[in-house]
Write a protein that binds this ligand. Sequence first.
Ligand SMILES: C[S@@+](CC[C@H](N)C(=O)[O-])C[C@H]1O[C@@H](n2cnc3c(N)ncnc32)[C@H](O)[C@@H]1O
Length: 508
Amino acid sequence: MKTKEALVIDLFAGPGGLGEGFSSVKDGNGHAFFKIGVSVEKEASAHKTLTTRAFYRKIKDSGIGLNSYNDYLLGNLTREELFSRFPLEAKEAQQETLYTPHALGDDNDDIHQRIEELVKAHGNKPRVVIGGPPCQAYSLAGRSRNAGIKDYKAEKDHRNFLYKEYLKVLSIAQPDVFVMENVRGILSAKIDGEIMFPRILKDLRAPGRVTKIATPRYKVFSLVVKAKDATNPVYDDPSDFLIKSENYGVPQARHRVILLGVRADLGGIPGTLIPFDHQSTVEQVLGELPKLRSGFSKRKDITKDWETTISKNATTINRLLKERFKQAGALDIKPLKKLARSASQPVEYPRQMPKHLIEWYRAEKPPCVLNHETRGHMESDFLRYAFSAAYTQLSDGTSPKARDFPDDLAPAHENWKSGAHADRFRTQAANKCSTTVTSHISKDGHYFIHYDPKQCRSLTVREAARLQTFPDNYLFEGNRTQQYVQVGNAVPPYLAQQIGRIVLELLT
Ligand SMILES: C[S@@+](CC[C@H](N)C(=O)[O-])C[C@H]1O[C@@H](n2cnc3c(N)ncnc32)[C@H](O)[C@@H]1O
């Protein structure tokens, strides 16, 4: 027997990390419990990714649909051809993402109308709102950008109040549960001298007070700390809402605030996430992806030239490292030969990959590795990348700070050693979980250097997507820069699945 399925309203959906995790949750009968009714996203490439994924979910159970989707991934079919073969599913997928990118705040008529229709059609089955309103004032990067703007007033920047759009949707959809994700900065952000977090919590507990629409009240729970009094969950420390993804099977230190709102009259007490015994490492999840070389960004890109340059660099770096590490002489950092810049062969799953992640990545195995193409780098950065990767290997996973770089490799920043640039180049160590994959990865690869000096490069979109736990057949649309931004913005789907399970338990 099929249990009732829950309607999901996905706001600020990005490429759909949260939605993917929720969509993968099965009820006791093996049926998908959460059904995304609408995903709202304003950026065109992320919107395209969402639509492709929505389409895939609709055709994946049909053999013929899956073959066609795989043909699209292989480049044998255009997206238009794919959609035209399955017009019904394509239309449903496009409807799910409102046909075009939509911005909450600007396009509310369309968005709210669709949500009202869905809520009405869904009857009294459970409803869930998910998503995280971005906010300039919360993110440290946003704060420092704004500090440089003359006469900037945080209280006048509408982007600091997008969470009120979230409240409006809570008033319209009146969900049983909501899940709101945000960066850690939300805990300390101030506007007009006022710390915003207590006010945001207060507003989420009683959205109607802000929206002036009669709305149920909500209890807001942490997903990692049990409330002392579950009937009235209040927490001693705002950081009780912080989730450290690396403790939950994600090979990445990603710390995000995630709030679980439960309609006060629902009466249930949600569980908390169960920590894993071990953290997963970068090499465990990237080790078996096809090896690639970087490219020259400022000159003609020829494989032979790359090999010669990296070989020459290896001699310099071996000399520089010997001054520091006794064992440096034994380290082979000569470039791998005949590497390509992109790969599309079938994916291998190594034995060292933790079982939970093999099952997760390959549950829907693609016919070839997707979005796995390297960037070009400045020739002067090749030396720094190789040095950083080799140093990290020799120091058992500690990436060198600016002060650890030899003077010969220092970039021409006046205050390179002052501390401001301490982490300008960061290798993602093979034997640890990665640092947070942020959308900054789209700008340059300096914080996301591959641990293998023989490839001398930054991570590809697919590698970043693996660290974010996107399944291997999740296709990121748009150009490469846009793909990096999408991956960096997402909630790790594997974490989202665990949150989805807690919500399922609560609702059934
Ligand atoms: C942090 S990302 C969300 C990630 C998403 N929850 C996931 O798991 O993949 C925030 C997204 O909100 C989008 N966005 C920003 N302002 C928006 C608005 N007013 N309406 C709709 N989307 C918006 C951004 O383009 C970005 O993709």
